[in-house]
Design a protein around this ligand. Structure first.
Ligand SMILES: [Fe+2]
Length: 225
């Protein structure tokens, strides 16, 4: 984590345009922290894919379901439902499993342990079912995933994989998903126009998810930090 993103996460109003710009900056910082995909040894490559899979395969739909349970506006509920329908109907977890297997990167116990602490924090945050911060987190997540796909795909290809359905689908559809989730966030914030969420509270899940993504990137060395 660098100081620039920390500063950006402690600021002004709740307009979604401003929020989106701040979340884009968090993604910029995360992606800039990555070394070139070609610089990884095979073990580090496998580990990053495995930890990504350990977090995403079993949790994405769970967290989106949390967003649905938390949402109060019909507009937000409809947007989240569309997202969930696509995830379930097209079995995105199976897509990710195929991608991970083809890259010889199925998660081990060590991979699960490396993300355990930060993953637990995100799960507990979701369990509080506060709609605006969950939607801010999921909008950020969709946008991050979309921009991370080319890098993830390159790592897998360097593992000898030709399986690209997961990365291709998520490099495209998550653009629309992320925009939809920002509209859902707008709808939830509009329910309480006179008591806007303080930005630090609105971004609580973003902070937690950023730390989790950093543990995906960094591996076991960050597991007990
Ligand atoms: Fe998906």
């Amino acid at each position: 984590m660098n100081s620039r993103s920390s500063v950006l996460l402690v600021l002004d109003g709740a307009q979604t345009g401003s929020i989106k710009a701040q979340l884009d900056q968090v993604t910029d910082d995360l992606l800039e922290s990555l070394p070139p995909a070609g610089s990884f040894c095979a073990s580090a490559r496998r580990g990053l894919i495995a930890r990504y899979s350990a977090v995403l395969e079993g949790n994405f739909i769970y967290w989106m379901t949390g967003a649905y349970l938390a949402a109060r506006s019909e507009e937000a509920q409809a947007i989240i439902m569309d997202n969930l329908l696509e995830e379930v109907r097209d079995s995105h977890p199976l897509m990710l499993r195929k991608f991970t297997m083809a890259a010889h990167a199925q998660p081990s116990a060590a991979d699960a342990l490396a993300v355990h602490a930060h993953l637990s924090s995100v799960r507990l945050f979701i369990g509080r079912l506060a709609a605006p911060p969950i939607l801010a987190m999921m909008a950020f997540f969709e946008s991050f995933i979309q921009r991370f796909m080319p890098y993830l795909e390159e790592l897998a290809q360097r593992q000898g994989s030709a399986e690209i359905e997961y990365t291709q689908v998520h490099g495209v559809c998550d653009v629309a998903h992320s925009e939809g989730l920002f509209r859902a966030l707008e709808a939830e914030l509009a329910l309480a126009p006179h008591s806007p969420e303080p930005t630090d509270s609105l971004f609580e899940g973003v902070h937690l998810l950023r730390a989790l993504i950093e543990s995906i990137f960094q591996g076991p060395s960050s597991a007990f930090a």
